[in-house]
Design a binder for this molecule. Structure first.
Ligand code: NAD
Length: 339
């Protein structure tokens, strides 16, 4: 399968390498609007400069491609996805599906109109840590899930669009954690309360810190607390998590998963007493393919064999609605209900 990759700087490096590792997918060519980046990357990756174009219409006209991988900043996703789908090409797009909820909904409408595969790169789902947590919850060994707490603190200095956009933490980063919540709970939020703020030392124009409390449709409560300009003691990119369940607790700290069970015994007077088991380490699952390698393989299977994709635009719009629901709650100060 031959793909056109849009955007070869920044995160484009990760996709250049993922396609190179793949035995199923190869590059037909590239679109890059920045000449200096195009030159640098052609040299660094030995790309044929004749296969690098300045616009998608030009690339579509000159190249023989089966699909598109979009690694441009969010504000370009709608135009790129629309052009590709109208040309009959499936799309694997970096998150977020689009820069605004309106654009994301327009992409979903185009996907429904054309019936062509469009999937979103929610790569955090396809990490051993995420899959391990999901599998513990699925076994049911901890009983019903009641509440979840997630915390994320880092202080990266990216420069570029993230330092200019509104709500960089929520829209560009928390989207991964919100998508993980949807995966872990197998449910979507129905009610969101949230606040965001910018610490005095923040180097972001938009709010870099936020706290949110969510009720999910399956009645599980989730609290989220995060910052992108925390100065020390960072968490993992995957965040730290606590899952409070009927028969125990699962903790994820610095990418280490531990579980403590609860048994109830009857004491000498016939009263119920809690007995905690040892805190035990849960080994991380091994995966044949992780992250972008997993996504690329899933995309290949969908395009060539019609296999379903988990993070289709039609499903991922729920993650986008979640993100913009939190943004709306922060901006309005009111609780937001999602249907
Ligand atoms: N899944 C993840 O873990 C992850 C991590 C980082 C970035 N991302 C996502 O990847 C996307 C790109 O982010 P980035 O950090 O690489 O941004 P970036 O600004 O560093 O790089 C974007 C690249 O695309 C090029 N570009 C911009 N507009 C273009 C257009 N219209 N056509 C072709 N090329 C264009 C730029 O010149 C640059 O080379 C964003 O949607 C971002 O959220 C995802």
């Amino acid at each position: 399968m031959k793909v056109i990759q849009l955007g070869i700087g920044g995160m484009g490096n990760t996709w250049l390498n993922a396609v190179r590792r793949s035995e199923e997918v190869a590059h037909a060519g590239f679109v890059e609007i920045n000449d200096a980046i195009a030159r640098e990357q052609a040299s660094a990756y030995s790309l044929d400069p004749a296969t690098i174009f300045k616009s998608l219409p030009e690339a579509l006209e000159k190249l023989n491609a089966d699909a598109v991988i979009d690694v441009t900043p969010p504000q370009f996703h709608r135009a790129n996805s629309t052009l590709a789908l109208e040309a009959g090409l499936p799309v694997l797009s970096e998150k977020p599906l689009a820069g605004t909820l309106e654009d994301a909904r327009a992409i979903v409408a185009k996907v429904q109109e054309t019936g062509i595969t469009h999937m979103v790169a929610q790569n955090y789902r396809y990490r051993p840590l995420t899959q391990t947590v999901k599998s513990v919850l699925e076994t049911g060994e901890l009983g019903a899930l009641g509440a979840v707490r997630a915390e994320f603190f880092k202080g990266p200095r990216f420069g570029g669009f993230r330092e200019e956009m509104p709500h960089p933490l929520i829209i560009d980063m928390a989207i991964h954690h919100f998508d993980m919540m949807r995966l872990f709970l197998g449910s979507d939020p129905s009610e969101i309360s949230a606040r965001s703020w910018n610490p005095p030392w923040s180097w972001f124009k938009g709010d870099a810190s936020a706290a949110a409390a969510m009720r999910f449709k399956n009645s599980v409560f989730v609290s989220y607390s995060a910052s992108w300009c925390s100065q020390a003691l960072p968490t993992s990119w995957n965040a730290n998590w606590r899952f409070d369940c009927e028969k125990g607790v699962m903790l994820v700290e610095d990418d280490v998963v531990t579980v403590q069970d609860l048994s109830q015994v009857t004491d000498r007077r016939g009263a119920l007493a809690n007995v905690h088991g040892d805190r035990r380490l849960v080994p991380l699952l091994e995966m044949e393919r992780e992250g972008q390698d997993y996504l690329l393989h899933e995309f290949f299977e969908a395009v060539t064999k019609g296999a379903p994709v988990a993070t289709s635009a039609q499903d991922n719009i729920r993650t986008v609605e979640f993100v913009f629901g939190v943004v709306q709650a922060c901006d309005s100060g009111d609780a937001v209900k999602l249907s």
